[in-house]
Design a binder for this molecule. Structure first.
Ligand code: COI
Length: 376
């Protein structure tokens, strides 16, 4: 491995200020720099650089464009009131990227190299980290197979990227919560498949059901297991939780459900807040009966992009089943406020989850002075 990343361009703080003054719809505004590292069998990881955000030069035959040999991550950096910037559990994303890489026959990106690229990029685009409740700098690492050949075979050359996007909330729905439609025919994942890997095809597989849900007036779709279409699995980009008999429940992982960093953090956080939490199968029948009889008091999504979002309505077939009283219930609020308090630097980081950017060495060859334009 011969990389620390070269810095080939500086961020423009005036551009950042102008961008942050406007609305921040999810994934539509991008910081002006990105990280890029190449890999091939001969050189290993090489040519790491921070470069201007912009189009890639790829062969039209690149494997990623034809066979979807691609994986990605989603994580966030938060601006704290005292001006510091911190990443939330980035080592878990780095580990998960490598789990996805193994499943998709791609080279692992050393965790230290991922952290170096993330930290250096965030440090250089500090001015793009939005301030204010519900905002963050969303980071999108991605690994692409770029061999310019059409044989169906693992790519031998790869490109690792990290994009940075200042974001607000993921959903447009108001504080009342989102409406979610259960998809009873199409599936997102199947045992033995790639559902547990964070690969683009999983999200593409969910698009049609998501589009149908939207056309019927819902915000999101909830998938069931592929074998029996009976058990809750996940949504198209977020995990699902139910509060059942007062217990915070989420479906177990297996190989069809993504090991969400927010999901895992909630399972760890709940007991510290005096809540019982459980990974357990959630049959749709039990959920619907539970909603009707008041045994299920709350339903919410968890994800890096989506955060904790209350579900206020569940669509099952032609039925629309309301979830508890309008707005986030007490458990959703308790968990959500504690988690976002830790992330935003407003509450003690009792688990040591936050990693301050600029407080760790980012590689011997990284530039020492911070460019003037990168200062907020
Ligand atoms: C995330 O929550 O970061 C995701 O990756 C889900 C989605 C926006 C694709």
């Amino acid at each position: 491995m011969s990389t620390s990343l070269r810095v080939t361009a500086w961020s423009d703080a005036a551009r950042a200020r102008a961008a942050l003054a406007g609305p921040l719809p999810f994934g539509k505004v991008f910081a002006d720099l990105m990280a890029r590292i190449q890999h091939d069998a001969e050189h290993g990881w090489h040519d790491g650089a921070i470069v201007p955000f912009g189009p890639l030069a790829l062969s039209p035959a690149a494997k990623v464009l034809h066979y979807g040999q691609e994986i990605f991550e989603g994580q966030k950096a938060y601006a704290w009131p005292d001006g510091r910037v911190a990443l939330f559990r980035p080592e878990l994303n780095a580990r998960r990227l490598n789990q996805s890489a193994r499943r998709m026959v791609m080279p692992e990106v050393p965790e230290a190299l991922q952290l170096e690229a993330l930290e250096l990029l965030v440090d250089l685009v500090r001015a793009w980290v939005p301030r204010g409740p519900g905002t963050a700098l969303y980071l999108r690492p991605a690994l692409l197979g770029i061999d310019p050949t059409l044989g169906v075979a693992p790519s031998a050359s790869h490109l690792y990227l990290v994009l940075a996007a200042p974001v607000g909330g993921y959903f447009q729905a108001g504080a009342g919560g989102i409406a979610v439609r259960v998809e009873e025919r199409e599936v997102r994942a199947y045992p033995g498949g790639v559902g547990a890997a964070k690969t683009g095809g999983n999200y593409a597989a969910g698009l049609r059901a998501q589009q149908r849900a939207k056309a019927a007036g819902f915000d999101q779709v909830l998938f069931l297991d592929g074998r029996e279409h009976r058990l809750l699995e996940e949504m198209n980009g977020m995990n699902v939780f139910a509060v059942l008999d007062g217990v915070v429940c989420t479906p177990p992982l297996g190989d069809t459900v993504l090991d969400g960093v927010t999901r895992r953090s909630l399972l760890e956080l709940a007991p510290a807040l005096g809540l019982r939490a459980e990974e357990r199968e959630l049959p749709l029948d039990e959920l619907v009966a539970g909603l009707r009889r008041g045994r299920v008091s709350e339903l919410f999504t968890s994800g890096t992009g989506a955060g904790l979002t209350a579900v206020s309505l569940l669509g099952v077939g032609e039925e629309r089943v309301p979830v508890g009283p309008s707005g986030p219930g007490p458990v959703t609020r308790l968990l959500g406020e504690e988690l976002s308090g830790i992330q935003q630097g407003l509450r003690p980081d009792r688990f040591g989850w936050m990693r301050e950017v600029g407080a760790h060495p980012v590689g011997a060859d990284a530039p020492a002075p911070r460019p003037r334009s990168a200062r907020a």
